[in-house]
Design a protein around this ligand. Structure first.
Ligand code: XBP
Ligand code: MG
Length: 236
């Protein structure tokens, strides 16, 4: 029996990547005096690596950009990422990143039916509460029994760790939960933890391989704006 819905955040609850995280990274780079700029296609390639700090390191490894003299690369990346998070939170506070269609509807219906809710994401915890507060109100983080986010597990998606950690904390069997994801990395993570997963695609992930997902939809759907099914059974 389904007892809980586990929400991915970036790309699933909101289209945060192109006009949110990407912009915030670029603002942090400029502030740090770096001439790095992640354009929309480049950022799409970099999304292969989840986690902002991991993404910066991957960019350094693969694009060999000019770097200042640094003693400790990990600390320098962490500082740059902290500045990025501040910019991202400011974008959220300005209300520039809305929820995707059907997300509020599903949360409202799930809460009304007593479904347990949690967040399972690789992004930084403040980014999750910032998005929820900006879009659903100040008390909305409390609607989620657990916010599993960021460095809480060392191995980020596509590793199963964030899902197995969440199941353990909530005392759930994998088949008592359902994951909502938007990307191949998210689907691989949920599937590796045996959590059934439904996908809503976005511009960055429409071409991903969603093997293992129960169904793939364009979005969650709401009155006047129905979801279309890309693969798998249509929603009731
Ligand atoms: C989301 C991510 C995150 C965000 C940036 O992946 O990979 O890294 O892009 O957030 P998923 P941070 O949706 O699969 O969880 O910079 O805070 O890491
Ligand atoms: Mg995602």
């Amino acid at each position: 029996m389904l007892k809980a819905i586990l929400f991915d955040v970036d790309g699933t609850m909101a289209d945060t990547e192109r006009d949110g995280h990407r912009v915030a990274f670029n603002l942090a780079f400029r502030e740090a005096g770096l001439d790095w700029r992640w354009d929309v296609p480049t950022y799409g390639e970099l999304l292969a690596v989840t986690g902002g700090k991991e993404r910066i390191r991957h960019f350094i490894d693969t694009h060999a950009p000019a770097l200042p003299a640094i003693d400790d690369l990990a600390s320098w990346i962490a500082g740059l990422h902290k500045a990025k998070t501040a910019h991202y939170l400011e974008l959220l506070r300005r209300g520039e990143i809305p929820l995707r269609p059907g997300v509020k509807r599903l949360i409202d219906e799930a809460r009304a039916s007593g479904m347990r809710l949690a967040i399972t994401t690789t992004t930084t915890p403040e980014n999750v509460t910032g998005l929820l507060r900006a879009t659903l109100g100040d008390d909305s983080p409390d609607w989620f029994e657990l916010i599993a986010a960021g460095d809480i597990v060392p191995a980020k998606k596509p590793a199963p760790d964030i899902y197995t950690w969440t199941l353990e904390k909530m005392g759930l069997a994998a088949n008592e939960a359902m994951a909502l994801e938007d990307s191949a990395n998210g689907v691989r993570s949920a599937c590796a933890a045996n959590v059934p997963v439904v996908v809503t695609i976005n511009d960055y992930t429409a071409g991903d391989d969603f093997e293992g997902a129960i169904a793939v939809h364009t979005q969650l759907g709401e009155p006047g704006n129905p979801a279309e099914t890309v693969a798998g059974p249509a929603p009731d």
